[in-house]
Ligand binder design. Sequence first.
Ligand code: FES
Length: 184
Amino acid sequence: MATAHLTVDRAEKFRIVCGILDRHGYRPSGLIPILQAIQREYQYLPEEVLTFVATSLDLPPARVFGVATFYAHFALEQKGKHVIRICDGTACHVKQSLPILNAIHGELGTSEKQKTSIDALFTVETVACLGACGLAPVVVVDEQVYGGMTPERAVALVNEIKMQEIAGDAQAAAAAVNGELHVH
Ligand code: FES
C-alpha cells in the first residue's frame, strides 16, 4: 500500500518535472531556472531527475550535475520536512549561536554529519550571515525568521513543531477512519 502511494507520488512528480521542462521550452539555456523549479517541487535535486533533465535538454549529464553542485542553493540530498537554519555569521556567532545549534542537535539527534533527523522531519544547517544582524542570534525555520534566539527557545520551537506534526498526523488518521466509516 505504502509502496503504491510512493509510486503514484513519484509518477506525479515526474509529470510535474515534464511540465517544468515544457514551460521552459526544453531550452538548455533555461537549465538554472528549471533546476530551481524542480528543487521547489522536491526540496532537493534527486539524481534520477538530474539525469532525466540532461537527457531531455540534450545536455551531457556532467554539465547538469556540474551546475547543480556549483551553486550552494541547490541541494543534492533529500532534506527533512522542516529546514532549520542557524546563522553562524560573525554577529550571531558572537551572540552565542553555537549553543543554540548544539541544543537543537541534542534535541533532534542530529549532528554536523547527520543533518537530517531519523524521522526525516528536520534538517539542521548552519548558514553565513542572513543579513539580519540586528536580530542576532538568528534562526530561520522554513521561511520564518526568529531573532534573539536562545537555546531554550530553540528547543521549545522544535518541540512545538513536533507537536503540530503529531496533531496533524492524528487529524489525518481520524479523517481516514471517518472516510472509511462513511464508505461502509
Ligand atoms: S551574522 Fe547572523 S544575521 Fe548577520
